[in-house]
Structure formats: C-alpha cells, structure tokens
Design a protein around this ligand. Sequence first.
Ligand SMILES: C[S@@+](CC[C@H](N)C(=O)[O-])C[C@H]1O[C@@H](n2cnc3c(N)ncnc32)[C@H](O)[C@@H]1O
Length: 255
Amino acid sequence: MNEVQEGVRARYADRALHMAKGGAGCCDGDPCCDETSTCGDGYTADELASIGLDATASLGCGNPTLLADLHPGETVLDLGSGAGIDVLLSARRVSPGGHAFGVDMTDEMLDLAKRNQAKAGVANATFLKGTIEQLPLDDAAVDVVISNCVINLAADKAAVLREAYRVLRPNGRFAVADMVAIEELAPDAKQRLDLWAGCIAGTISLEAYTNALRDAGFKDVDIEITREVHLAGVDGRIASAYLRARKPALATAAA
Ligand SMILES: C[S@@+](CC[C@H](N)C(=O)[O-])C[C@H]1O[C@@H](n2cnc3c(N)ncnc32)[C@H](O)[C@@H]1O
C-alpha cells in the first residue's frame, strides 16, 4: 500500500468505527466536513428507508444510483463502497435478477457494510476487499460502474479508470459522483495528506478528468457540476460533480 492509500485507509477506518458506534459519516467530529461536505445529498428519505439507513451512512457527494438509471437484471460495481449505501440501493434497483458488488480496501468499512446489508435484508449484494486501482473482478463482468466521492482519493486515477473500463461489458456505463477542481489548489495544499484524505487535495480539473476517461477508452464523456464548495483557509475552488461515460459497443482494450 502506498503512502496516499495508507493515509486514506487510516482515515476511513476511523470513520467506520465512529459510524459503527452510531456516529454520522460526515459532519460529526470531522473538520473537513464543516464547509465542504455534500454528504447525503441526493437521497430521498424513502429510498434510504427501503434499506434501513439514513443520510448519516453516506460519505459521498451525490447519488450515483440515480445517475446510472439502473434496471432489473443488471450487474453493478461500486468503487469504494464505504458503509454500503449505494451498493444496497443498487441491489434493490437491479432486482430481480441483478447483483451489486462493492469494492473497498478498508476492513472496518467492509465490516460496517456487511452489517448494514444484514440489517437491510439485501441478498443480491457482495462486498469485496480490494483496491480500485486493481479490481478483484474479471474482465467485462459488470454493466455499470458507479462510485461516490472516491476516485479523487486515488493517487493513480489513470489506473482506476483503466480498471473501470476493463471490468465493464461493451456498451457498459460509468456513472460517478466525485469532487473536481474548478480552479487548481495551491501546490502546498496539494501536498497535504489530511486534505487529500478529506476529498480535497486529490481533485483534478474537468479537463484532466475528461482526458483521463478518454485515454482509458471511454466515449460520450459528460461532466455536470452539481455544487461548488467553500474551502476555508485553502486557495482554489472545488465542486461536487456527476460524471458519465460509456464503454464503446465494439470496445478495444485500453492503451
Ligand atoms: C469518501 S468515502 C465514500 C464511501 C461511499 N462511496 C459513500 O458514498 O458513502 C471513501 C471510501 O473509499 C475507500 N477507498 C478510498 N480509496 C480507495 C482505494 N484506492 N481502493 C479501495 N477503496 C478505497 C475508503 O476506504 C472509503 O470507504
């Protein structure tokens, strides 16, 4: 595990233990949440009630399960599944006949997600340990890749996008909520691991994200800014965004 992954893992292990004791994922003893948080945005109380959770189970910045327009019978993969909120919602949406996978590198998050799955009584979901840079899934295994506020945390975004492309079937959809940079952060802020693990310092510009998706082989790249967030004491501007793309029907392996 590299230094960034270890810093991120430690932060989210801590968050998972806090949530397991009844604390909120965001904005509850977490300084980065005060002004930057978009956690829990985009979920209705009814859909959360359908899996026995509320918005405190979210550490995300949108609702990728809505963005992806999921259908019964589809297979979905959530990159960095955290407490499992988007996996469990996806599992409900692709039922009957479909399945939702979540991949996360943090044991404490995987334990929490599995407990939430048992509470929700969702059978068609599986949580797997692994990194999003090296996914524990076969080629062309899923119809849809979703993710919620995670790809910004990866130091090697090209590897993550190549892996997302690899595991998607031809014509598969990429539908992700993430933080992006509207205006680059100052170099000293980019070096700070605490800002990195807080979904800030690892953000890249819209142009860089678009190019990285295209380099991985994706087509029809579309990025929609959903909310700008303020950063006290940090120069630069970031925002939450929805990112959509598609693997071509006649797909070739990414370069
Ligand atoms: C900001 S939280 C988001 C959790 C979830 N997607 C949500 O919306 O609530 C980031 C999650 O991604 C996981 N994560 C971060 N970087 C990862 C990586 N490189 N590989 C696998 N999991 C990662 C963390 O362990 C954590 O559970």
